[in-house]
Write a protein that binds this ligand. Structure first.
Ligand code: AMP
Length: 421
């Protein structure tokens, strides 16, 4: 049996204070904006039938072929940890029948991909994503991109680049593949081995290849839109027009394909210079998600939290702070210990955030230091004298002034939050 390790698995992390405060801040801001755009939260299981991802995301994609945590459960069922959020949300939408037909949903949570870990690439990572269900509509796509940009700006990220392209209609796929094959044919010997194979199996993926020689070849190709129908090109032009109307700056990137099979029409990626090799901060697109005989249509995006945090760190954004308790209770003599526990409970029940050291007999000076470090605005000091008099010594931490108060005045002062007279 292997020896015990307290470390998480490779590519996975424990998230805790102090960095968790930044996570929570981003979540609060992000979810509020999503709700302002009419989205409601959906929480789906992290474990799903493997078939959902194979059929929905596509059998030929890297995510499904190489990166899924896939296993047989105790009942012999083929299951997988979700590698992305859209598939589970679409299954839930199908399960809900009419209820979620035109829903706007958002999700937040961990995703799992067994890739080689590196900076900005984890095996458990976290996404904030949104899906707006409904038939193709350029305004819905433009709004979705605007929403994403809104969130990034509210988080303090201003210099991200939005790259936009189209995957065209499903009916365009054959013509696009044929057009790309013909254009790539003369440069065949400059392509890597993988890309030569991709030429037959999944030619679009050649556009994604990171090998310098392949990138040079791809750089000379005509844009994919050249091989698409008029309908697909008009759709893209309308999205671009609406984004200009909404004052969202985008660059067109005719090589952008995105790895998953379910995309139709608009696809985009938002990149950031601070990220290095894994420079995609978020991605999105319009999709047609096949679920058995049913197909669900919508547009959505997913933002990677780890990468957002990398960008904020590189920009020198101040770390988020925990909220300090309003008051800290200091037990001057052990005889006040039990009464002070009751006081802490009373204050918390009234909604007043309160700190207290629950170790009986803790030295007074150490408690005072803890009160100071907690960032509390007030301290309540209580020892033998206060117990005898039935009072509470309220100390204003900023200037050190103290005042003995009875319970009603103490509550009044703490609830009102005004300074000592
Ligand atoms: P994708 O579904 O691959 O388009 O991913 C959407 C976003 O999730 C990316 O833009 C990243 O921000 C994030 N992401 C994807 N894969 C990983 C990973 N392995 N580690 C960290 N973040 C990731």
């Amino acid at each position: 049996m292997s020896s015990f390790s307290s470390q998480p698995l490779q590519g996975m992390s424990d998230l805790r204070a102090p960095e968790i405060f930044q996570w929570q801040r981003l979540e609060r801001i992000g979810t509020r904006i999503l709700e302002d755009y009419g989205c409601s939260e959906i929480r789906t299981p992290v474990l799903e039938r493997t078939a959902l991802f194979v059929r929905g995301i596509g059998d030929g994609t890297d995510v499904v072929q190489k990166e899924m945590y896939r296993f047989e459960d105790r009942g012999g069922r083929d299951v997988a940890l979700r590698p992305e959020g859209t598939a589970g949300v679409m299954r839930a939408v199908a399960a809900a029948g009419q209820d979620l037909q035109d829903a706007r949903l958002y999700y937040l949570g961990p995703m799992f991909r067994c890739e080689r870990p590196q900076a900005g690439r984890k095996r458990q990572f976290h996404q904030l994503g949104a899906e707006a269900l409904g038939a193709p509509n350029p305004a819905a796509d433009a709004e979705c991109i605007a929403l994403q940009c809104h969130i990034l700006t509210a988080w303090g990220i201003h210099d991200a680049r939005v790259q936009l392209n189209t995957r065209g209609l499903p009916e365009d796929r054959e013509a696009v593949a044929a057009g790309l094959r013909t254009s790539l044919e003369p440069a065949l010997d400059r392509l890597c081995e993988d890309c030569r194979r991709r030429l037959e199996s999944n030619v679009l993926r050649v556009l994604d290849c990171k090998q310098p020689d392949c990138r040079a070849v791809v750089g000379d190709l005509p844009p994919v839109t050249d091989f698409m129908s008029e309908e697909a090109r008009t759709y893209l032009a309308e999205v671009q027009d609406l984004l200009a109307l909404l004052d969202i700056e985008v660059e067109s990137n005719p090589r952008l394909v995105r790895g998953l099979d379910y995309y139709v029409h608009t696809v985009w990626e938002i990149t950031h210079g601070a990220l290095g090799a894994q420079d995609a901060l978020c991605g999105g697109g319009r999709y047609r998600f096949e679920l058995g005989k049913r197909a669900l249509e919508g547009v959505g995006f997913a933002l990677g939290f780890e990468r957002v945090l990398m960008v904020l760190e590189a920009a020198g954004t101040a770390p988020a702070e925990p909220t300090a308790p309003h008051v800290y209770i200091v037990t001057q003599d052990p005889c006040a210990f039990r009464e002070n526990l009751v006081l802490a409970q009373t204050l918390r029940r009234k909604g007043i955030a309160c700190g207290i050291d629950v170790r009986k007999g803790r030295p007074f000076k150490k408690q005072l230091r803890a009160a100071d470090r907690s960032g509390a605005a007030w301290a309540v000091l209580r020892g033998q004298r206060e117990m005898d008099e039935g009072t509470f010594l309220l100390k204003h931490m900023a200037d050190g002034r103290q005042e003995a108060l009875a319970m009603p005045e103490l509550l009044d002062r703490l609830a009102g939050g005004h300074a000592l007279a």
